[in-house]
Each structure stands twice: as C-alpha cells, then as structure tokens.
Design a protein around this ligand. Structure first.
Ligand code: S3P
Length: 443
C-alpha cells in the first residue's frame, strides 16, 4: 500500500496503451472454460480481478494459463463440466468475477464457497442468490446476503424467466451463465439495457441466444440451454473504462493530445464518450472496426473547454463505472453538471456517491446531492485540488483523483494505490510517460 501524489502538470501527449477490457476478459475466461477445445485469448487484462477469475476456474478443473504477454490459453471442460473446488474461491476485489461465477456454479451439482476482500464482502449478493435459488440452487450467506457464502448447486437445474429488479449486467450475466447448464430456455428481461458482452461472446462461441426489443421498451434475452460451445479466438479490446482516465486527463490539461488504440466502443458501454462530446470534448474516432462481435476504434483526446451538461438517468447503465471520472471532468467545466439516477453507485467497490462527494469537496469543488442525483459546480478551469483523498479500496476513485491532481492548481494525494492494479496495471507509469507527475507521496 503506497500513497501517491499527483502534481499539476503542463501538457499530456503521446500514445497510451490501455490494458484489455475487464468485463470482456472475465467472460472470455469463463466462456472459454465451458467450450470444447482450446480458446486463445489475446489482450487479456492481467489485473488482479481477472487473475482471480482464472484461479477460481483452475480450482474447478479448467486449464487457464498465460502463454505470453496478455496472451492466454484456456482448455474448456464443456458446459456442465466444472468440478467441485477443493478450496474457497477468493475473488479479491472483483464483483464481476464473484457474481458471474456464482451463476455459473449454481447449475453444477456441487458446493462452492466464495469470499473476497473487505470491499467485496460488503457488497450485496442477494441479487444473485434470488434468481439462482429459483433455478434450484441454495445460497447460504452472511446477513444481508453477503460473502463469505456457499452456493449449493442444483442437482436438476430449471430454466427461468427473470425480470431484472436492478439494471445490472452482472445479474443478467449470472442468470445467463446459470442458464447454460439448465435444459430449455432461460429468459432475462431488462427494462434498461445493460452491457451485452456475455450475449455477444456466447454467440461468438456458438450458443443460440436471441435478443428481442419489445415495443414497451424492454429487452428480452433468450438462451437455449446446454449448448455445445466451441473454442474460439478472442481478441479483447482496450477497456473504455480505463481509457477514460488518460482521456479525461488530456481534456483538462492545456495543449494536450493523447491517443488510445483499439478501445472497445460497445454502444452499451460508451455513454461517457457521448456525454463528454456533449460537454464539448474534442474526441476524434479513427479506424472503426469490429473484433469478436465488439465495436472498437482509436480515440484521440485533445484539451478542450468543457461545459456542464445534464446526464439523463437512462444513460447510467452505459457509463455506470465512469461517473467518478465524469465528476472530475465536470469539476473543470463551465456551469453545473447534473448526473441523474445514480443509486447503483452506492454498491460499487466503494459507495461511489459518497467518495466522489467527499473527495471533490476536499478539492474545493462545490457539490450537492438530491436523492440519487449529483450536482457539480464546475470551476470553468482548474479547481483548487490540494487534498488527501481516501481511495477506500476503489481503483476508480484512486485513478479519478490522480487525474484531478494532474489538472488542478495544487497536488492531490490518494492514500492507497493498491487497488489500481485490479483494473489498470501500470497506470502510474503510463500516465507519467504521457507527462503526468505522479509519485509516491511519502518517499
Ligand atoms: C460489470 C457490470 C457493472 C459494472 C462492473 C462490471 C460487468 O456492474 O459496474 O464494473 O462486467 O458486467 P453492475 O452490473 O452491477 O451494474
């Protein structure tokens, strides 16, 4: 655990090699684990969260190993072929790993125990327990449905039709993962479409999965259970959630221009970029293409004069992880930005509404809350900065405030850098190569 200080810098310039997408990396390992044959994954995110998923799969009989820089091979066991782990599955900081794997094991006839770090053990898991229990599994958890918990998998799994009570790709994906080893059709109904990486990847591996957009605005995903999945190559795009950090840093520091290549631009993930463009951000898209069913492009971010916007609640699922860094951009913009419908931020790696409000106030930014909405009064230029921020086991809080420090009038310190590597190994070095001034605070 190291405290880091980010001092104001002049200009950021160059190319930033962004690590692989976290959501897609988890899914590539898990779906590869259920396919017949050897799946090759390039560009896998080798951050702690994803490595935990790989380790959990190995405990259940899957061969998942690194063959070179960010290149992995997974020898799948076939749908329904996982074996009982002889140890606790420890998913560290990873909500995605924990929740998708809970779904996956729920329709295997064995018991798996799950735990994680202090942050993950505080997060709600009843949202997974509820649907998988309907499919025949039993979940024995701590008070509030929290970890450590045990999933006793169903001996005779049943497919379900499940209307999501929260707009969550993790819950949707857990039900789909469970549905893979249930006979018949598992259906998930979304009122607000969330990231569809699970759906796209399952199709890429040969599953029969249909998506229907109904007239009433709901989306229905139907999966035919017990498919034979065939091993495939997967090229993981650069993570748009990670690209946002150097991207916004370039937008808020004068004279900057930063390029990130091969960034995933799945429309259900790209809400931040849409919002930044509405704020007047100069973001150029080049070389648009598709990889393993996912849209990708090269992005160049140039320093821009940003103005406040009103971000509608309907956009939240497509930028759910990006509110901390959007809040930083808003602190530099002209006018008051309103972000609506942020209830889900309270149950992320930290209570992100609370941590963003406290951090921005400490940096001299005027902030207010109104129910689930957040209002940020932009300075129309660099805010004061000059604060020490508690990262609270949250990688995105840590990186967001380091970015704020790069553009602020005085340096910003975060108390603990240890979680940055869950999603963005090498973040500090990459930022400094672009021109940032991030260094250990107490050294
Ligand atoms: C994720 C879904 C989101 C997001 C998380 C990754 C995924 O969580 O916050 O970082 O990979 O499915 P929710 O589904 O809980 O909104």
């Amino acid at each position: 655990m190291t405290a880091l200080v980010s001092a104001p810098c002049t200009t950021l310039a160059g190319e930033a090699a962004i690590p692989g997408d976290k959501s897609i990396s988890h899914r590539a390992l898990m779906i590869g684990a259920l396919a017949v044959g050897e799946t090759r994954i390039t560009g896998l995110l080798e951050g702690d969260d994803v490595l935990r998923t790989a380790a959990a799969l190995r405990l259940m009989g899957v061969v998942a190993e690194r063959v070179g820089g960010a290149e992995w091979r997974v020898r799948g066991v076939g749908v329904g072929g996982l074996s009982e782990p002889d140890d606790v599955l420890d998913l560290g900081n990873s909500g995605t790993g924990a929740r998708l794997l809970m779904g996956l094991v729920a329709t295997h006839p064995f018991t798996a125990h799950f735990t994680g770090d202090a942050s993950l053990r505080r997060r709600p898991m009843a949202r997974i327990a509820e649907p998988v229990e309907r499919m025949g599994a039993t979940v024995i958890a701590r008070e509030g449905g929290r970890m450590p918990l045990a999933v006793i998998g169903a001996g005779s799994p049943m497919p379900i039709e499940y209307a999501l009570p929260v707009p969550s790709a993790q819950v949707k994906s857990a039900v789909i993962m469970a549905g893979l080893n249930a006979p018949g059709i598992t259906r998930v109904i979304e009122t607000q479409p969330s990231r569809d990486h699970t759906e796209l990847m399952l199709r890429h591996f040969g599953a029969t999965l249909t998506v229907e957009d109904r007239k009433d605005g709901t989306r229905v995903i139907s999966l035919v259970g017990q498919p034979e999945l065939t091993a495939r190559g997967v090229a993981v795009p650069a993570d748009p959630s990670s690209a946002a950090f150097p991207g916004v840093a370039a937008l808020i520091t004068e004279g900057s221009a930063v390029t990130t290549r091969g960034v995933g631009l799945n429309p259900l993930r790209a809400g931040l970029y849409e919002t930044l463009r509405e704020m007047g951000a100069d973001i150029a898209y080049g070389n648009a293409r598709e990889e393993a069913g996912e849209k990708v492009a090269d992005l160049t971010f140039r320093a821009s004069r940003l103005r406040a916007v009103d971000v509608p609640a309907e956009r939240a699922p497509s930028m759910i992880d990006e509110y901390p860094i959007l809040a930083v951009a808003a602190a530099f913009a002209h006018g008051t930005t309103r972000m609506r419908g942020l209830a889900e931020l309270r149950v992320k790696e930290s209570d992100r509404l609370g941590t963003v409000v406290a951090g921005l106030e400490a940096c001299g930014v005027r902030v207010s809350e109104d129910g689930d909405d957040l209002m940020i009064e932009g300075a129309g230029g660099p805010p004061a900065g000059g604060a020490r921020i508690g990262a609270r086991s949250d990688h995105r809080i840590a990186m967001s405030f380091l970015v704020l420090g790069a553009g602020a009038r005085a340096a910003v310190t975060i108390d603990d850098d240890s979680h940055i590597a869950t999603s963005f190994p090498g973040f500090t070095g990459l930022m400094n190569r672009l021109g940032a001034r991030i260094a250990p605070a107490d050294g």
